[in-house]
Design a protein around this ligand. Sequence first.
Ligand code: VGL
Ligand code: ZN
Length: 259
Amino acid sequence: VNLPLIMVTTASVQPSNDHKIKHKNSTKEISSLIVVDVQNCFINGNLALIDSSAKQDGADVVPIINHLLQTVSFDVIIYTHDWHPTDHISFYQNLNKRRQYLLGDQNKNYSLFDTVTYKGPLVQTEQVLWPLHCIQDTNGAKLHKDLIVESKSNVFHVRKGLNSDVDSYSAFWDNNKQQKTDLDSILRRWNVTHVYVTGLATDYCVAATALDAIDLSYTTYLVEDACRGVSLETIDKKKQEMKQRGITFVQSSQVKALV
Ligand code: VGL
Ligand code: ZN
């Protein structure tokens, strides 16, 4: 299935918060579930989380997210997609073509998952050398087949990592914080105040998305059991950072009472 990219470009769908105001007199919280990168590559592809050091299975988030989708009435639902061109900067396989940009010894040997510093072509940036993953229009980039994805006016898809020369862990900004996706403008258009972040991978795209959400002044929840990550060390480090920055950790069973 080719996912339709539903972008708000016309005035045909006007979000209404009336139902919220009627049913919840005390608050005008508008909620969004953000489902980060629940794509085949992170489940059984070249970057399968189960093959990484934390040995977590990305597929485990699917029933948990589905249950949230079926039991909680979020005002807006966002699915993010890591969506890379083949010559993307994040691929280890493209290192040789980018050696001229390496900071330091340009002949040095690097391995998969090493971190390098590229001093260009855009700006100086640290980059983990990932295996090929989530290449545009491939099966690996598709959302997991069991994930519930409805086509409704309040459901949006956000693609990231399309620019060959910069990675994008966050679904809001590229890693250089130079270009924004549509995510913030979609959430603002719908007056979203509270976001619930789920998906893959806890220590990379989930953390980066949650940290940008709180930076952008959304009340931000990490739904802890609805995420899986790459390495225990970075999961721990990023969770501490998220807590310090004011993100609230909740379990999926607690979300219904909050929304
Ligand atoms: C991700 C590594 C590379 C993620 C994306 O979705 O967390 N991780 N690209
Ligand atoms: Zn990626």
